[in-house]
Design a protein around this ligand. Structure first.
Ligand SMILES: [Zn+2]
Length: 389
């Protein structure tokens, strides 16, 4: 549970309210921000999609007529322009404080990993996930922190994948269908490289789509134990951060210039999308990675950039094909892995003759639903804690 802070005092200037807290922390709230976040019945609740207040309803030089602190736990203000009254609880203000420190504390910090994660895998047991919300929450937290979670002992039979994936939101259907059977095939059945026995370079799926699937589920039904057809996973955030640290110019190119991706199939499908391989937010944090050597269309770059871009692109490929960054896993029957397809790359080693019956099933999900479930479970647990006290 977050500590509930109280307000020691407030100060005003012409544009903002300065709040001093019991723990010496200080928050600044601009009047425009406060007015925009009034949650009274008239202004409406944005979490319900019912916000009525518009920022154009007030002047830019908005001022306060009065401000009162009640019981150190509530601030009541009256606005000068229209005498509208707004109330903010201390808890709410502290939760949304936008000081540099508070913003840094709020930011989720993913746990970056390399091949050494094999010693301590993020994993859960299926029966435990079904039994308690706490274990389900732990599983979702692992996906959020590590970009993947291995679920052990999911019965290796058809239907289990669908049930499990649907319990985490929706199954996302693509042009290839809803559920994919990964079996070695020959002749006309081959629709994807996954159906061949050759090795697969680590990649993100469906890079050629503007909004590409964010979650992948793989469920292993049949696999030999001779070490062939091993699954390979790479933390895209890790290799991007390594590139930033060791080759800043390469990182700058790959996070700036878009790469075209394209898929054409049978005269029916022609998809294309352009995207930088590394996505940054306005503060330079890496928000996602999109890598697929399998579907890269001819690069379309300014002439001066072509050579340096290829240098950078090779460097990145060196990272994600290097053993030190790869988690090698022998998926066993009953293993199900949840992957963040905007972060973790997946691939496979060659499948040899003794492992020809290997059978994986996979489908796509949507990260927004997984995180929504993570938030709601987190919230209800927090309420329970409150009730317990
Ligand atoms: Zn209001």
């Amino acid at each position: 549970m977050a500590i509930e802070h109280t307000i020691s005092s407030v100060q005003q200037d012409s544009k903002k309210l300065i709040v001093h807290w019991d723990d010496q922390h200080q928050s600044v709230f601009h009047y425009l921000w406060l007015r925009d976040n009034c949650r009274c019945v008239d202004c409406g609740e944005p979490a319900l999609g019912r916000k009525q207040f518009r920022i154009t309803d007030v002047p830019l030089d908005l001022r306060l007529e009065s401000v009162v602190v009640k019981d150190a736990r509530r601030i009541e203000v009256v606005w000068e322009n229209d005498r509208h009254k707004s109330t903010y609880t201390a808890q709410w203000l502290r939760q949304y404080c936008y000081s540099e420190r508070a913003r840094a504390q709020r930011r989720h910090r993913p746990v970056l990993w390399d091949s050494r994660i094999a010693k301590d895998l993020p994993q859960v047991n299926y029966a435990a996930v079904l039994a308690t919300d706490a274990e389900r929450l732990r599983m979702l937290g692992r996906v959020r922190d590590y970009g993947f979670c291995l679920v052990k002992n999911v019965p290796p039979r058809r239907g289990e994948l669908e049930t499990f994936a649907a319990s985490l939101g929706v199954i996302v259907e693509t042009d290839s269908g809803r559920i994919f059977e990964i079996l070695l095939k020959s002749g006309e059945d081959i629709k994807s490289v996954a159906h061949l026995n050759s090795d697969l370079i680590p990649h993100h799926d469906d890079s050629y789509r503007t909004t590409f699937p964010s979650i992948i589920f793989f469920h292993c039904l049949v696999a030999g134990d001779n070490g062939s057809g091993q699954s390979v996973y790479v933390d895209g955030l890790q290799i991007a951060e390594c590139l930033r640290r060791e080759e800043p110019e390469a990182f700058a190119l790959l996070s700036h210039y878009a790469v075209p991706f394209c898929k054409q199939q049978g005269g029916q499908i022609h998809m294309q999308a352009r995207s930088p391989l590394i996505h940054l937010d306005s503060e330079g944090n890496i928000t996602g990675v999109r890598i697929s050597n399998l579907f890269v269309a001819p690069l379309d770059l300014p002439e001066m950039i072509v050579e340096p871009f290829y240098r950078a692109y090779r460097k990145l490929m060196d990272y994600y094909t290097a053993r030190q960054y790869q988690l090698m896993l022998d998926l066993c029957p009953g293993d199900l892995i949840i992957l963040d397809n905007h972060r973790v790359l997946h691939g496979r080693t060659t499948i040899n003759a003794e492992n020809q019956d290997r059978h994986l099933r996979h489908c796509y999900g949507d990260r927004d639903y997984l995180y929504s479930q993570w938030r709601t479970l987190n919230q209800s647990r927090a309420l329970h804690t409150l009730e317990d006290q």
